[in-house]
Design a binder for this molecule. Structure first.
Ligand code: TIU
Length: 226
């Protein structure tokens, strides 16, 4: 499949591609989670949910591999470096009790992926202690086992966990595409700058495209099955 993208068309085939959904968990999308404790207006992020749902549904329908990530720490915080926990002056720190359970701790209500995008059986779910999806997770080995060379990214936040993950993927040899209307930041100008820098210099990190381009391509695949 060849889809219109920036800085030039992006080519991928379903058998060697994965849809990677970064940290669409309540901690970042809903009030009372990690995003809000950092002082952010979390209402901005939920706007992308319908577009993410549409891509996820089409990707599942085409039989593509799906990877979900969550920024999550073990309950004993043994995988949370003190530098990460102590940084800044948040209202609540990682591991503290909040209205959705302990902040950014695996298994807590706030750490669950929002219901609209909840994983289904057979999909890969990665708990990641860092901002990047490849750091201390084994994700690269899992993708290699599945023969994956191309990654299509959605999720939050654009300039933090999404961009870090795309840069990690780039250095590991993946061709990565970010779906422009399926990612968001608490700072709209950071989102715009991130899209620009990812695709600058001839796609130094990867490509960007609107979700409609992927939906059209997947629709033509579905049509071939009829
Ligand atoms: N603070 C912020 O913008 N993001 C994060 O802390 N994590 C993710 O991006 N998932």
């Amino acid at each position: 499949m060849l889809i219109p993208a920036q800085p030039f068309p992006y080519e991928f085939d379903l058998a060697h591609s994965a849809l990677v959904i970064i940290d669409m968990q309540r901690d970042f999308i809903e009030p009372g989670g990690f995003g809000e404790t950092l002082g952010n207006d979390v209402s901005l992020l939920s706007a992308i949910v319908p577009a993410c749902q549409a891509v996820l549904q089409a990707w599942r329908g085409a039989g593509g591999l799906v990877v979900h990530t969550r920024e999550a720490h073990r309950p004993d915080l043994s995988d949370c470096p003190p530098a990460k926990r102590l940084r800044g002056n948040p209202a609540l720190r990682i591991g503290d009790q909040g209205p959705m359970g302990r902040i950014l701790v695996a298994g807590e209500p706030g750490n669950q992926i929002i219901p609209e995008l909840a994983p289904v059986d057979g999909e890969i779910v990665i708990d990641k202690p860092g901002k990047g999806a490849f750091c201390a997770t084994g994700l690269h080995e899992i993708l290699q086992d599945h023969g994956i060379s191309h990654l299509l990214f959605m999720g939050v936040t654009t300039e933090v966990c999404v961009q870090t993950s795309m840069r990690e993927a780039n250095d590991r040899g993946y061709d990565s595409l970010l779906l422009e209307d399926c990612t968001e930041s608490y700072f709209p100008h950071f989102k715009a700058a991130t899209l620009d820098m990812l695709r600058a210099q001839g796609g130094i990190v990867g490509w960007t495209a609107p979700s409609a381009a992927v939906l059209t391509a997947l629709g033509s695949v579905a049509g071939q099955h009829c």
